[in-house]
Write a protein that binds this ligand. Structure first.
Ligand code: HEC
Ligand SMILES: [Cu+2]
Length: 307
């Protein structure tokens, strides 16, 4: 092989290397582009465990649509041979929807036609997926993983309706009633409050004020409900007296809890050791958000409400 020939080959080699490099690069760019512009929906596993235990969670014993914040919905769904439960889901246009999916029996595939929503639904696993529907209309949901003899009949629907229409329908009862019943104030309390105020809300004299009976007293005073919401959202700091006992501690803010969680936990503490009062609403909590108060401001509000 003479030297000229050798150069010829090396030249072609370099071209092929450059070409394959370019192809790889263009694939990476395509993926990055679709992630950035098409809003990729990558499902996350939100929980894993015993399929039966997962299915006993309130979310799945009563699957469906829940309001978890302003314009935020949670939708839970169970796939089973050969239906999606619930079969029809109705959401407002443009809302942020978080889907939680699990399966009762075998693996199913949840695919919403004409969207890029597509996730495997597995017994013993909860898949989480965020979405928002900008176009009105009805989307067909199919199962894209063969699950048995009735597989092709496993069809559901997502109806996207104008937000105003949806709000009227929810005010009319159904969905909103579902929503307020959905969050369990007792578990929000157990997870966030019991460590200081005690499991039954008895408190610890001198350190953490009691809530049983006391929260109910606050709720019936003028401005008391707003004060309770403020104490949740912004915390409380400084000297207070409850049932003749002084406290001078710090209660952290709970703004990271959703409006629905805060409403539910307030229902729980107001109901401790007394008959339940009017339930707190998500709107009541939302109305106090964004006021930018400090824990010391909340103390000043308390001094007006509970002189
Ligand atoms: C880290 C301990 C701690 C946790 C957790 C905690 N609190 Fe408190 N909480 C306090 C303290 C301390 C005070 C009194 C603050 C003061 O002395 O100014 C207080 C005060 C309150 C008050 C006001 C009582 C009054 O007389 O005005 C309410 C209502 C309340 N907490 C509810 C809750 C709820 C509901 C949760 C759970 C979401 C919770 N707390 C979690 C420590 C805590
Ligand atoms: Cu299926």
């Amino acid at each position: 092989m003479d030297d000229r020939h050798h150069h010829e080959i090396a030249k072609w080699e370099r071209r092929w290397i450059a070409l394959s490099g370019l192809m790889t690069l263009s694939f990476v760019i395509l993926i990055a582009y679709s992630l950035a512009t098409e809003g990729a929906h990558i499902a996350q596993s939100a929980a894993r465990g015993n399929p039966q235990t997962l299915l006993q969670q309130a979310m799945f014993t009563d699957p469906g649509v829940r309001v978890v914040g302003p314009n935020q919905l949670q939708v839970s769904l169970v796939g089973q041979a050969f239906v999606w439960v619930p079969e029809t889901i109705r959401v407002p246009q443009g809302a942020e929807v978080e889907f939680y999916l699990t399966a009762r029996d075998v693996i199913h595939g949840w695919q919403v036609e004409n969207t890029n929503l597509n996730v495997e639904v597995i017994p013993g696993e909860v898949s989480r997926l965020r979405a928002s529907f900008d176009d009105l209309g009805t989307y067909r949901v199919t199962c894209n993983e063969y699950c048995g003899i009735g597989h092709q009949n496993m069809i559901g629907w997502i109806e996207v309706v104008p937000a105003s229409q949806w709000a009227v329908e929810t005010a009319a009862g159904e969905v909103m009633a579902d929503a307020s019943g959905a969050v369990d104030g007792e578990s929000v309390y157990a997870a966030n409050c019991a460590s200081c105020h005690g499991p039954a809300g008895a408190g610890i004299a001198g350190a953490f004020p009691p809530l049983a009976g006391h929260a109910a007293d606050i709720a019936v005073t003028d401005g008391g409900r707003e004060y309770l919401v403020d104490a949740m959202l912004y915390g409380l700091m400084g000297p207070i007296v409850v049932d003749g006992v002084s406290y001078n501690g710090v209660m952290p803010a709970w703004a990271q809890l959703s409006d629905a969680d805060i409403a539910a936990v307030l229902d729980h503490i107001v109901g401790l050791g007394g008959p339940a009062a009017d339930p707190f609403t998500v709107e009541e909590v939302a109305a106090q958000r964004g006021r930018g108060l400090s824990a010391a401001d909340v103390l000043a509000i308390r001094q007006q409400v509970l002189p």
